[in-house]
Design a protein around this ligand. Sequence first.
Ligand code: SAM
Length: 356
Amino acid sequence: MTAARSFAGSSLVDAHGRVVRDLRVSVTPRCNFRCTYCDPMGMGAHEPPGTLLAEHFDVILRAAAGLGMESVRFTGGEPLLRKDLPELIAMAHAAFETVGEAGRQGATDQAPPAAHAPRDADIAITTNASGLAKRLPDLLGAGLRRVNISLDAVDPEVFRLATGGGDIARVWAGIEAVEAAGLTPLKLNAVVVRGVNHSQVAALAALTRDKPYHVRFIEYMHLDNAAFGTYDARFVAGSEIRAAVEAAHGDLESVPTDPSAPARLFRVPGWQGNVGFINPVSEPFCSACSRMRVTSDGMLRPCLLNDREFDLKPALLAADPVRAVQEVFVLAAGRKVASGLTAPVERPRTMVAIGG
Ligand code: SAM
């Protein structure tokens, strides 16, 4: 390790020339839902030992901000199960705004100025929203800007089946609270699984008729360690999902989309919202990947679909932990694979313990 190395003003670039901009931080592996495709073993029922404390996340967030990363999305497990989520959101803001300040000062005596400063921190959460209505005021107060909500069905019974007992009324209360707060765009994500919720595709797309939602259909990835035959039987390709939307609502028209974003966006002509397709299995978008993940037990995971992880815990104990964590980020970026493996292989962690 090079203790004297400065990361100020730099961007984190991986082994394949992709700039690492977006950090997904899983704050707990616990979840109050049991989605079949995410947590089939019910592992999210308990908090295992080793979940990082807020002070550890603070170091990681400051390290990421100093490396020029631009967005943080807190996930899990279910991030709302973490009581100190507002504190974590506030920490993310403080981390990114501090770097912005440093960049502004540096720009006066350095040429060129730091490329990533100043900037407005993009802080978001991905949640099942079942506890969101109650928590939202505190989260907004801490600086939450955007919310992605998982919604796998419109029919309450199908929703209950897909989520292992989830109450859709509580989720709608969360969605309405986010709408009332004016956080846009509100992205509603559905993982489509044959035999579970594939019958809901047309109804989910119909939510975009009168509301400016982005309803995004996600291809089911083999991150649940489903048996090979089971996974193949349950997988629904994005093209089939789109065909189901068009069969019900007519041809979709394309909506201009950020090429680095995972979703390709469309709309039913005349409708208010968008329908998106995230097809990591049938149309991998690894070449545009800008993400890295931190698991709740302190492992840095450069690629969702590759099991190699880098342990941040020793760096968190270093004399200069921010710098030490940055060194691990740089090491991990240098080892990031060009593309992940979507084939059904046995994985050490299921999605609930990685963080989506
Ligand atoms: N509990 C939160 C929620 O429900 O959104 C956050 C965690 S969840 C792991 C994050 C995202 O991962 C959700 O949109 C979920 O649908 C997605 N996900 C989980 N397992 C998946 C799988 N096997 N394939 C594709 N997406 C998956």
